[in-house]
Write a protein that binds this ligand. Sequence first.
Ligand SMILES: Cc1cc2nc3c(=O)[nH]c(=O)nc-3n(C[C@H](O)[C@H](O)[C@H](O)COP(=O)(O)OP(=O)(O)OC[C@H]3O[C@@H](n4cnc5c(N)ncnc54)[C@H](O)[C@@H]3O)c2cc1C
Ligand SMILES: NC(=O)c1ccc[n+]([C@@H]2O[C@H](COP(=O)([O-])OP(=O)(O)OC[C@H]3O[C@@H](n4cnc5c(N)ncnc54)[C@H](O)[C@@H]3O)[C@@H](O)[C@H]2O)c1
Length: 451
Amino acid sequence: MDDTTYDYDLFTIGIGSGGVRASRVAAAHGARVAAAEEYRVGGTCVIRGCVPKKMLVYGAQFAEDLEDAKQFGWDIQGKSFDWVRLRDHVQRDIDRLEGLYGETLSNHNVTVYHERAEITGDHEITLASGKVVTAKYILVATGAQPHMPDFEGNEHAITSNEAFHLDEIPKRILIAGGGYIANEFAGIFQEFGSKVTIANRSDVILRGYDAALRDRLLQISLTKGIEFCFNVQFEYVKKQDDGTLLVKLTGHDEREFDQVMIATGRTPNTKGLGLEKVGVELGDKGEIVVDAASKTNVDYIYAVGDVTDRVQLTPVAIREGQAFADSVFGPGEPYTVDHSCIPSAVFSHPPIASVGLTEGEARNTLGSIKVFQSDFRPMKHVVAGRNERGLYKMIVDAANDRIVGIHMIAPEAPEIMQAAAVAVKAGLTKADFDATTAIHPTMAEELVLLK
Ligand SMILES: Cc1cc2nc3c(=O)[nH]c(=O)nc-3n(C[C@H](O)[C@H](O)[C@H](O)COP(=O)(O)OP(=O)(O)OC[C@H]3O[C@@H](n4cnc5c(N)ncnc54)[C@H](O)[C@@H]3O)c2cc1C
Ligand SMILES: NC(=O)c1ccc[n+]([C@@H]2O[C@H](COP(=O)([O-])OP(=O)(O)OC[C@H]3O[C@@H](n4cnc5c(N)ncnc54)[C@H](O)[C@@H]3O)[C@@H](O)[C@H]2O)c1
């Protein structure tokens, strides 16, 4: 590509999951690429999302494993948990990863501006320092930020952004929301010793997941001591002299907590970006409206990832970034991302993993279905005396034996699901699973033994 009318062939705003991939791949195709990041290179997933969250999930799992260890013959004296040590260790690794992402970009000759960028005119971007640059294409990959409901005292609440940096584990934490972040952090804090209360505006947690799995997680969470307040709104949060928080939820008496964390969804980052100046169309939630090629209504502006509010998951943002860069700058035919049958996981304690249609969705969309189910107690739990059962469900289209959904709640479910998702995406049948010999003894073998 040689179009020197513009300073760059591509300018990417936001260097997170989607922005890193798109910038690197476009540069590898020979484009002259620059990218701007106002916070830290790597974006939400690396800096304050998937990666540090998973490290905390690993840390939290030790609480149960150490407790169970005695049934396996291990005597562990004087065990104690040091939050600050874990927190700082995680942050050091995040620093390392941030460095690696920066290196990858510079190795691909992507010019990185460590400052905020805004669109200020046709093909024109202005950086916080005042520098003005032009680009043939602009990619908006600015992600999303925690949604903060409007209530008195909401400035006393934290979000997932702050949860990674706490000075101490709160003795009592109230988490608002019933989705991914609420359930994942409920597990993390509960295992670290907090008394956790979840406050949700409806009585449904993890909407979109199969009802049987949601119910199983709810039952297990209640058994572990997590409390749920359903159908509530915040009336107020008041900070008391000793720093504790007095919380009033609708229909409940005032209660004291040490932290309140809001996890009620994430809002696309489109404010103050200058999109209105160039006429980029936004949706009801402020998300950028794009077509299947991630192109906006303005011919040279594209958007990928959370800012488009299609599916707010890292692998999806990465795929959208890759498809954009290959299609616009690569030698091959343009192509689009297939957003169907995306596997996902909730890293709760225990985790949930899912691909394809839930039982309810399948009943509503397909004529006749078969549901196969295994409700089992993992061997490790039996030995440990832990009374916690796993549940696998397989949904099959009765017309052609095709598997249209698999849903699991059990230890290691996300690890097992990644492989099972290949089979569902490939359109394999229940007979294909039946024809596969089990690996024994595993939990995963339940998948090929479903009757
Ligand atoms: C706590 C938490 C846990 C999560 N766990 C998972 C998980 O386990 N698995 C999973 O798949 N997904 C998970 N996600 C979701 C995942 O992090 C996002 O889907 C993903 O990061 C989206 O990538 P993106 O490129 O769209 O945006 P981001 O990664 O958010 O990157 C956008 C970047 O743009 C920057 N930016 C914004 N505006 C500007 C501007 N004007 N100028 C310059 N820079 C700007 C931001 O600072 C940010 O770095 C989690 C999210 C959270 C919050
Ligand atoms: N494991 C993963 O892949 C993972 C982990 C974390 C986040 N994410 C992504 O990040 C997105 C954001 O996560 P999230 O948990 O914030 O959102 P979410 O959409 O998963 O859940 C939001 C929850 O908040 C509830 N809610 C909304 N407004 C409320 C209010 N005013 N008071 C009380 N409850 C309210 C909703 O009923 C819902 O249960 C997810 O949708 C997901 O795409 C993914």
